[in-house]
Design a protein around this ligand. Structure first.
Ligand SMILES: Nc1ncnc2c1ncn2[C@@H]1O[C@H](COP(=O)(O)OP(=O)(O)O)[C@@H](O)[C@H]1O
Ligand SMILES: [Mg+2]
Length: 255
């Protein structure tokens, strides 16, 4: 089957002051696949995702989505482009003052002309998909961490976006709940045929949800391959990362 690029990150560079975070990231994500970007805490995974939806501007480089460089978009065009993306933010980022239903329906209210009734209908269906039927009247404060992630997921898929970005979908969850979320992500991918990019430092989750994995290290993608490729590699740096060893080519320094 022929592969079509959905997102192309080309030589993306971003520094904050003298902190060079992205030093030339190159990564192509093809339509219909799930790519997981792995990397240590603080290596720039969230920064990379934020660039993909235009929340951050790079110092140089570009990100092509359907033939358009999203890093150059402004105002209305940026707003239009974001409709293609569902995003599950790190920590779910729900609005505490709004109910679960309002959180999930927010994008639909803002970006579509659907009636309240139609929005409510879609919200119910999406909550059902993530196993949270009848929870729409609850407030985020009444939910567990795993439930919040699922609400975040329902919100990410509310508009049936062709692309979903996941920032640390399983971080902070116990292993069982993490697996529930992994399964859910897989099910969504199979049923909706979407393109997904996830970033995480959780190797188990990455292998479970990713068709391909990419390791972000020292500002660049240093390895790409299938979960099997990454597990069988002789590359010392990749091995150190997946085995979680303190000693090896990856330094242990924190910025
Ligand atoms: N808005 C910002 N201003 C300054 N520095 C930032 C900003 N966002 C991220 N950084 C820095 O960029 C680096 C990568 O951060 P981040 O992408 O959040 O890492 P992670 O891989 O854990 O998601 C960190 O050193 C962080 O301090
Ligand atoms: Mg992050």
């Amino acid at each position: 089957m022929e592969k079509y690029p959905a997102i192309e990150v080309i030589d993306l560079k971003k520094s904050f002051g003298d902190n060079e975070v992205l030093k030339g990231v190159n990564l192509t994500i093809y339509k219909g696949e799930t790519v997981v970007v792995l990397g240590r805490s603080g290596c720039g995974k969230s920064v990379l995702l934020r660039h993909m939806i235009g929340l951050m501007k790079p110092d140089s480089g570009k990100i092509m989505v359907d033939g358009v460089d999203v890093t150059k978009l402004k105002h209305d065009d940026l707003y239009e482009m974001r409709k293609k993306f569902g995003m599950l933010f790190q920590g779910a980022a729900l609005f505490d003052s709004m109910s679960v239903g309002e959180n999930v329906g927010l994008g639909l209210m803002e970006h579509t002309d659907l009636s309240m009734e139609e929005v409510r209908e879609i919200v119910c269906r999406k909550l059902e998909l993530v196993g949270l039927s009848q929870m729409d009247d609850l407030k985020p404060a009444e939910l567990s961490g795993g439930m919040k992630k699922r609400v975040g997921l329902a919100r990410a898929i509310a508009m049936d976006p062709p692309v979903i970005l996941y920032d640390e979908p399983t971080t902070g969850l116990d292993p069982i709940m993490a697996d529930v979320i992994n399964e859910l992500i897989r099910t969504l991918q199979n049923s909706l045929d979407i393109t997904s990019v996830a970033v995480t430092h959780d190797m188990t989750s990455a292998c479970k949800i990713g068709d391909r994995l990419a390791l972000l290290f020292d500002g660049r993608i240093v390895f790409q391959g299938t979960p099997d490729d990454i597990r069988s590699t002789e590359d010392e740096l990749v091995k150190q990362f997946i085995e979680g060893r303190a000693h090896g080519p990856i330094g242990v320094h924190e910025r």
